[in-house]
Design a protein around this ligand. Sequence first.
Ligand SMILES: [Zn+2]
Length: 80
Amino acid sequence: MKYLLVIVLALVVFWLWRVSRRRHDEAAQARRAANRSAPEKPITPTVVCALCKVHLAQSEALVGRGGVYCSEAHRREAGA
Ligand SMILES: [Zn+2]
């Protein structure tokens, strides 16, 4: 009867160890996945200013008649 208790206790300890190990593995895997995806920056479409040819994000560009521009000054300068 005493041995049975020891065996049950050992099984419980083993089970707890396995559960904590699995949790640790999952956390490590999530970290690895996060690290893998981190360097990949979201691709933002870039455009070229029609006047100074500078590359800028499409969301920052100003659209004029002659194309897209990096700033209001260049849009005005181009007469668009
Ligand atoms: Zn420009």
